[in-house]
Design a protein around this ligand. Sequence first.
Ligand code: TRP
Ligand code: ZN
Length: 880
Amino acid sequence: MRTETPVVIRLDDYTPSTYSIETVSLDIKLHPTETLITSTITLRKREGTGTETAALVLDGDDLDFVSADLDGAALADDAYTVSRDQFVLLAPPEGLFTLTLTTKVDPTANTRLMGLYRSSGTYCTQCEAEGFRRITYFLDRPDVLAVYTTRLEANKAEAPILLGNGNLQDSGTIEGTDRHFTVWHDPHPKPSYLFALVGGDLASIHDSFTTSSGKPVELGIYVEHGKEHLCAYAMDALKRSMKWDEDAFGLEYDLDVFNIVAVSDFNMGAMENKGLNIFNDKYVLANPETATDQDYANIEAVIAHEYFHNWTGNRITCRDWFQLCLKEGLTVFRDQEFSSDMRSRAVKRISDVRLLKSHQFPEDGGPLAHPVRPESYTEINNFYTATVYEKGSELCRMLKTILGDDGFRAGMDLYFDRHDGDATTIESFLACFAEATGQDLDQFKLWYSQAGTPELIVSTDWDFSSGLFGITIEQSCPPTPGQPVKQPLHIPVRLGLLNEHGADMPISALIHEGGDHLQGDVLHMRQGRHRVVFGPMETPPVLSLLRGFSAPVNLTLQTDNDSRLHLMASDSDGFNRWQAAQDLATRHLIDGARGTLSVDPRFLSALLSIIRDDSLEPAFRAQVLTLPSEADIAREIGKDVDPDAIHTARKALKVKAAETLGPDLPSLYRALEGSGAYSPDAAEAGRRSLRNAVLDLMLASGSDEAYALAHSQYETANNMTDRFAALSTLVMAGAETADAVLDDFHERYQHHALVIDKWLSVQAMAPQSDTLGKVIDLTRHSSFSMSNPNRVRSLIGAFATGNPTQFHRADGAGYAFVADHVITLDDSNPQVASRLLTSFRSWRAMTEDRQHHAREALQRILDKDSLSKDVRDIAERSLA
Ligand code: TRP
Ligand code: ZN
């Protein structure tokens, strides 16, 4: 078997399409194994592409060609060439012409879940990034925008529901047959990646929304029968998203209908197809018995994210896939802002930064590092990354910090005004902000092209006699693949100075030197080194730096535990208060991993005062109480990482904390008991998260009472959050009863696939040495399936990314297991296989014996015959 030779696509090689497509008329006859697609497209040669005849080359991917007509007449055999991957019209006519192409596809055999496929019998599509070419031959690139009309036809009993993009234009039955049809028209020109259809026997819930200008919109959520009672929260989140986009950005919805369909086989989270979003059902379905608070928060965020794409992505789309962050980074920023407004801003910021540091920082610091706007790719599916999404969002947030709220909004307004209907670029996006505010963003633009996490090294000095306090900051950025040398970036550093009582001192009144780089409380770093001096003052202040995590950088601040404790106790910036606690814990844990854990008792009493402080939100207190993860500590250590030593140290610190705080924990736990019915709102979820963090800490003491409490919480919980937290804490602690509780859990929820995912994950993440054997057994369990991406991620993905000690087993068995499954999965679903393989991205940071096993596993993957370009690309870059 041969492997495709990878073609490198480069940003610099971009050229506009020679032909444009004006209208697309699709006639799709759905059939389980032989779906016929007739696509009638009107094309013309674009202006400025010369006068000579140029062949029209249409993309295809694994298509069965049936027929081709040009302007209504069958094409002569010598007028075109066709293969499964391409259709070429050798000499297109001048002016407007119409091409009608018929193809045949087998949706049931489509295991890649790209193009047209079936999920539990329902026909659905996924076209981003290059799935439309698996349905029909087309100019499948985001800068070809056309108006689509879609006629769908299917067996009435098999697919009573037939949905398409845009507004419903017609529907009816086909006389004398068991078939029926619908016709959908989408008036907004769109790229092919936003095309979608759904056909199936689905239940639905309906609601409506009236836009600020008074236009009514019909809202529908479609799910498998028997699941319609699980859609209420998603519908509520959708309406709140629609309202928020009007309030925050003045953006209204633009069609008569907005439909969401939930399917159980889906490669990613969800997809923003125009007027017809298709979702992984885990981001739609929820009720208190089966969904945790985290599930509810995720549903709210993903519903908002896809809805917000209607403007940032659909109305304004990307010129080419290198501009992916134009829609994804910006839309993540918008959904994060939405969730901050719906919930607690400080807590949301803490969890977003946790995610950024645990996913994006390792990517940026390893062999898969790439700029937010990559400059080349061989497989675009491999660039839907934490860097494009999460770091991309941070760049938008920095823009807002640099330009201020009003400047940012003015730039966004100009962007929507000027580029509505365009397929555009990062350059055009930034130009709107520069023009709207008069600011120079040339240096800021480097953030889009320079990979790697910048590092800030900060030292402070205090001169007793003059009363002057100096801050010296140096920036640098480590080399990344293809980028050995880095330039200084424009980094906005928000800061504060605390006096000895913990109060903020007036920064502007204290500037002594270097103040030209300060704007309010933001220091604008533009050079390699900056120095600011404040004073005079009586006593040295405590510096609170990078408030709100104002830039995605690694900060090394020369400081001491006294200062950290001061910030932890009183910083007015909630994020930095949390960060100070994390820093203190991290220092303990790094020492612990090196074999000398000695706990500063002041740290534990500071923790206690925070968790007891009722003036603070419970969700915030829970974040402070949650120690840095083993992965966080590994990242801080950076090289020669021994996950077992880290695990031992973290456990030891927890035991110590449980001992010291022990007497207070039971009363805290009781005080946090809820009253009344479950509600997923932020306040209640926060209370539960603190109570469950307390329970987890109590278990670290190993006392019988703590175990009994966890069991009773498991038994009596009236919601999944509390039940699963109890289960999880017992499994993670290696309780003797864990297996029995796991059996009970499976028994209760075996018919709820999304709950079974939790059951798989918690077993995959257990740190005990017999976990790998259990995970291997679970791959043969009837509740597991290699063809469902959610199951694969819950078991194998959770093991590879959520179980540092067992994935990185010193004997290499963890790596070998994951590699085996990447190899198997590559034959059926390369996109999910290559995503799974990215779990190897930090292999070079491990101890040498582990590195040896990881290299072997990666090489074994590369040696496989007929490897997909998705997996080949990740394996090659990982080894480079
Ligand atoms: N654009 C989608 C989002 O909102 C994600 C996406 C990209 C996707 N490619 C996909 C979803 C493939 C499913 C399958 O982020
Ligand atoms: Zn998106």
